[in-house]
Design a protein around this ligand. Structure first.
Ligand SMILES: [Fe+2]
Ligand SMILES: [Fe+2]
Length: 302
């Protein structure tokens, strides 16, 4: 990774500042952070045995619209089977506790995006099971949101430009924090946290690079989809499924995300569960976005 200035501080839940605002983040500085920190007295927990996580996950996946995505396939069994093998360090799991208590949208979102990712990845990434078990990859794509003030995460009004930059800081912050906790800046989890807002046409953030990694792209698409179909603080209603899938089709048409991932998601939404490569995508637009939706609207700073 090219060196980049951290626009805001990167701080752990325990209050340890890893990078101050304005400090340069580079491969070297992350490596020295990893090697200078004493080994944590890390307790490792199986993800599914942690608190109420398994019960919450099953509740989310058995509620609409997820229930129809996972019905009629062995999706939930497969997800539980994969998750059963994931063990994460306690500080990583404590972040899920933090969101469960302080920002339930983000808690739910981290779990459902991970479940959707597994569902799509098992179709598109042949060695996915191996990757998951080797990489301590968990429901951590938005891990860096612990560095974003809760009043910004939960804001119902349009964000100011500065607030948007603070929100976007979660990608880089997640990369640094997961590198630090997993002691590996090349782990899939750290890369997913950093790159899941990039786009194929380089129009994303934080680095504006071309999204090229298949697994990251699956998280990217599931992330956009989940944000659309969930209730969010900045709008009264969620997108209905059809409109959300049309939005993704639009992004694929613009070259921002790949067709295969979008098709796999559309296929999982169809009752007949066709193969993704047999899935014909309609270009007809019939969906209507929900009213009073302030997502993407920036309030001008004065
Ligand atoms: Fe994110
Ligand atoms: Fe997200």
């Amino acid at each position: 990774m090219e060196p980049v200035k951290s626009p805001y501080q990167i701080i752990t839940l325990e209050g340890k500042v890893l990078f101050s605002a304005g400090e340069v983040i580079s491969e070297d500085s992350i490596q020295s952070l990893i090697s200078s920190s004493a080994p944590f007295s890390q307790k490792i927990w199986p993800l599914l045995d942690y608190g109420s996580l398994k019960r919450d996950l099953l509740f989310f996946l058995n509620s609409p619209p997820y229930s129809s995505i996972f019905e009629g396939s062995d999706g939930i069994t497969e997800i539980l089977d994969i998750m059963k093998k994931i063990k994460l360090a306690e500080p990583v799991l404590e972040v899920l506790d933090y969101f469960e208590q302080h920002d339930y949208f983000t808690y739910r979102h981290m779990l459902t995006v991970f479940a959707l990712t597994i569902l799509i990845a098992r179709v598109l990434v042949p060695d996915y099971r191996k990757k998951v078990s080797e990489a301590a990859y968990g429901p951590t794509h938005d891990f860096g949101k612990i560095c974003v003030p809760l009043d910004i995460l939960k804001k119902e009004q349009p964000l100011t430009w500065d607030e948007l930059q603070q929100l976007r800081h979660h990608a880089l912050a997640g990369y640094v924090l997961l590198s630090y906790y997993l002691k590996d800046s090349h782990s899939i989890a750290a890369r997913v946290a950093r790159d899941h807002h990039e786009r194929r046409d380089s129009s994303g953030y934080p680095r504006g690079i071309a999204l090229a990694d298949r697994l990251v792209e699956i998280v990217t698409v599931c992330d956009i989809y989940d944000a659309l179909i969930s209730k969010r603080p900045y709008r009264d209603e969620s997108y209905d499924n059809r409109t959300a899938l049309e939005m993704l089709t639009d992004l694929a048409r613009k070259g921002q995300i790949g067709w295969q991932v979008v098709k796999a998601l559309i296929a999982s939404n169809r009752h007949s569960k066709p193969k993704y490569y047999d899935t014909v995508v309609s270009i007809e637009k019939r969906g209507v976005p929900p009213p009073r939706n302030s997502y993407g609207i920036i309030k001008e700073d004065n």
